[in-house]
Design a protein around this ligand. Structure first.
Ligand SMILES: *Cc1c(COP(=O)(O)O)cnc(C)c1O
Length: 227
């Protein structure tokens, strides 16, 4: 058994317990394996362990891994999207989870290669009372969701959030609950909306309690990042 297989077994146990405690149905939470800052070889082991979806937050590093593992995996961009990187994101990734503006959405739409399937998109929600953090403000989500839903090469899939660090459990739950409500309201703009990307190694239980459908796990699968 590889380390990743062992880690995944523990993680699956945590997820199952959380899902049961939340009274939710089995298999309602997908795992996004965050391979950022780990060597490309971890992807191969993770695929063998049964993981299918990988998250990267740097374009260049992500593309290196995508070139190696190719279409055996599904690739999610989870870093900040700079406008000069949209062409590469649209060219290589399957998902972009951190779309915050209509301008970025339009660039991704226009730059999605003809032969590729639609790019799957989540809007990143800015955490409450954190004007300096990236993400769309809750007041702007409606307009942005409507815009993305109309773009032909993008599929609007849902919402992602990275809460501020250091929140106590109650504040964290409240932040996740707010994200859930906004994600539910986005369903009016597209039938494809089904994803609430929230929960990391340290807070996946709270996220699952509040309705997460995709947890993004780095440390608890691959260990500490070295870079
Ligand atoms: C690094 C990262 C993660 C993984 O965090 P861990 O605490 O290592 O599980 C999840 N989401 C995003 C957006 C990240 O950048």
């Amino acid at each position: 058994m590889t380390k990743i297989t062992e880690h995944l077994a523990k993680l699956n146990h945590r997820v199952t317990t959380a899902v049961t405690n939340a009274g939710r149905s089995e298999n309602c939470v997908n795992i996004l394996a965050v391979s950022k800052q780990h060597p490309a070889s971890v992807v191969e082991s993770a695929l063998i362990a049964g993981l299918t979806d990988f998250g990267e937050n740097h374009v260049h590093e992500g593309i290196e891994k995508i070139r190696l593992a190719g279409n055996k995996a599904t690739w999610h961009f989870i870093g900040q999207i700079q406008s000069n990187k949209t062409r590469q994101i649209a060219g290589y990734f399957d998902w972009a989870q951190t779309v915050c503006t209509a301008r970025i959405a339009e660039r991704l739409n226009n730059q999605r290669p003809q032969h590729a399937a639609n790019l799957q998109v989540c809007i990143q929600l800015r955490p409450s009372s954190a004007p300096e953090r990236s993400g769309a403000n809750s007041d702007d989500i409606d307009d942005l969701a409507r815009t993305i839903a109309r773009l032909p090469r993008l599929d609007l899939r849902g919402l992602m959030i990275i809460p501020l660090p250091g929140l106590d459990d109650a504040a964290l739950r409240q932040e996740f609950r707010r994200a859930r409500q906004i994600m539910e309201s986005m369903k009016q703009y597209s039938d494809a909306v089904d994803t609430l990307s929230m929960g990391m190694s340290a807070d996946l239980e709270a996220a699952i309690m509040e309705g997460s459908t995709m947890i993004r796990i780095g440390t608890d699968l691959f260990g500490q990042r070295n870079r």
